[in-house]
Design a protein around this ligand. Structure first.
Ligand code: GTS
Length: 207
């Protein structure tokens, strides 16, 4: 039974799921739902909380991006080496979720009015992750192995660099981390694919 990811044809919040699946070479099927198909209402009605993404693994159907990400991280062995590492990974992940929530609010609600102040605040947020990476000689957010939080942080770095091409200029550790993640063979191949390149970052065309 193939894994199936149902989402809008954008990167959006599903992209952290895709990056993990791609990097771990886990085959899955995309089931893109156009905005027109969504507006018709039947798909929305079929979703437990009325929203996407939806993820299917045989008889298991999941909603909520982070539940999907954590399920896959456990399956794929990218959730730390023990409970303590898993807790630290959760902590990182929640903090990255905060970044994403602010980003989504900016993109969908405040792009024309708050972009400048958002970019003013951004360095203080990035500085925290610069420090976290400087303190962990494993090269990842937690421990010595890649985890679900790394895919999530990497995605935020990519998105923020599009928002502001100079965003990482003062952060050498974050730049090296971005380069290292981008150079992972499966991620590199994925990012060179039309599937990745042709998917807009956000649903409203802002980036
Ligand atoms: N907490 C949910 C999750 O993380 O999965 C939020 C899901 C969500 O907000 N989905 C949006 C949606 O389905 C799309 S997006 O925010 O990911 O772009 N919107 C359509 C609708 O009718 O609510």
């Amino acid at each position: 039974m193939p894994l199936v990811l149902t989402y809008f044809p954008v990167r959006g919040r599903a992209e952290a799921i895709r990056l993990m699946l791609q990097d771990q070479k886990k085959e899955y099927k995309e089931n893109p739902i156009s905005l027109e198909a969504w507006m018709e209402g039947t798909v929305k009605k079929s979703c437990l909380f009325g929203q996407l993404p939806k993820f299917e693994d045989g008889d298991l159907t999941l909603f909520q991006t982070n539940a999907i990400r954590r399920y896959l991280a456990r399956q794929l062995g990218v959730y730390g080496k023990d409970d303590k590492e898993a807790a630290l990974i959760d902590m990182m992940d929640e903090s990255i979720q905060d970044i994403m929530n602010n980003y989504v609010r900016l993109i969908y609600m405040e792009y024309d009015t708050k972009k400048e102040s958002y970019l003013k605040e951004l360095p203080s947020t990035l500085a925290r992750f610069e420090k976290i990476l400087a303190c962990n000689d494993g090269g990842f957010l937690v421990g010595k192995q890649i985890s679900l939080a790394d895919y999530f942080l990497f995605l935020q770095l990519l998105n923020h660099q599009v928002l502001s091409p100079t965003a990482l200029d003062d952060f050498p550790k974050l730049q090296a981390y971005r380069d290292k993640m981008s150079a992972r063979p499966n991620i590199k191949a994925y990012m060179n694919s039309d599937a990745f390149k042709n998917r807009p970052i956000n649903g409203n065309g802002k980036q």
